[in-house]
Write a new protein. Structure first.
Length: 257
């Protein structure tokens, strides 16, 4: 069996296991959980930016292809996907309120959350698999970036399912089931994309666009809301640590070669 496939499958299984972290948060106090999530979000933003600008984009430019066009398409597609899922979450439950105009109040939309998360995880699987098809270094960088992004997201998803009326066991099971769509993404990429010459030249910059979008509009936008200067400074430091990790990873692989 192709070693790239084994690496990609192992990487995405590790990513999928992030869906299980939600159960451990139930034993934590709210303030401690908020601190942990803040640390993870800050680090994930840096890891995603580092993954995009230090690993994915240089590799894409080196390989050739419409790099910057695909980055733009990646950003736009992630925006459309997130906008649609957000709109559907807000309107499928027929939420009509002037008090919360412009905001999406929490609703019992557990299954919709699972569908949206499943689509997101499918794309994650394709990103990780495509990266391993290019090089082991790129695959490792993408896997690390995705894992650190997934952990805070899965904590939030688990909370939504509990709020929606799911039991703890049911929420854990369905959240993990949704995470396994990433494996389907790996299989699709390996058995179809890998046999189409040059397609990774399109998928890698597309993935970079997705990483940039998530880091800038989701994670960093959330970090901007912090009003405490000490906490904000810590967030900046952790973000830089995430970027630094990606740079160190690149240097390590270059030294190994």
């Amino acid at each position: 069996m192709d070693t790239n496939f084994i690496y990609a499958l192992t990487g995405i299984i590790l990513v999928s296991l992030a869906s299980l972290v939600g159960v451990f948060t139930l034993a934590l106090k709210k303030k401690l959980l908020e601190k942990i999530v803040m640390i993870l979000v800050s680090f994930a933003a840096g890891a995603l930016l580092g993954g995009a600008f230090i690993h994915l984009l240089p590799e894409s430019v080196h390989e050739g292809g419409p790099t910057f066009l695909m980055v733009t398409i990646g950003i736009v597609v992630f925006f459309i996907m997130e906008t649609y899922i957000y709109w559907y979450h807000c309107h499928a439950g027929h939420v009509h309120t002037h008090k919360h105009k412009g905001k999406c109040p929490i609703r019992p939309m557990g299954y919709l959350n699972l569908i949206g998360d499943g689509i997101h995880n499918l794309i994650d699987g394709m990103i990780v698999a495509s990266s391993f098809l290019v090089s082991f270094e790129l695959g490792i960088a993408s896997t690390i970036a995705v894992i650190f992004h997934e952990i805070p997201q899965e904590i939030g998803d688990f909370g939504v399912l509990i709020y929606s009326g799911f039991s703890r066991k049911k929420a854990l099971f369905f959240n993990f089931l949704s995470a396994l769509t990433a494996v389907i993404g790996v299989l699709l990429t390996y058995f179809f994309v890998s046999h189409v010459h040059g397609l990774t030249n399109y998928l890698i910059p597309f993935a970079a666009g997705g990483f940039i979008y998530i880091a800038m509009t989701d994670l960093m936008a959330e970090l901007k809301e912090e009003e405490n200067i000490k906490k904000a400074t810590l967030q900046v430091i952790l973000l830089l640590v995430g970027v630094a990790l990606m740079y160190i990873l690149k240097l390590a692989f270059e030294h190994a070669h």
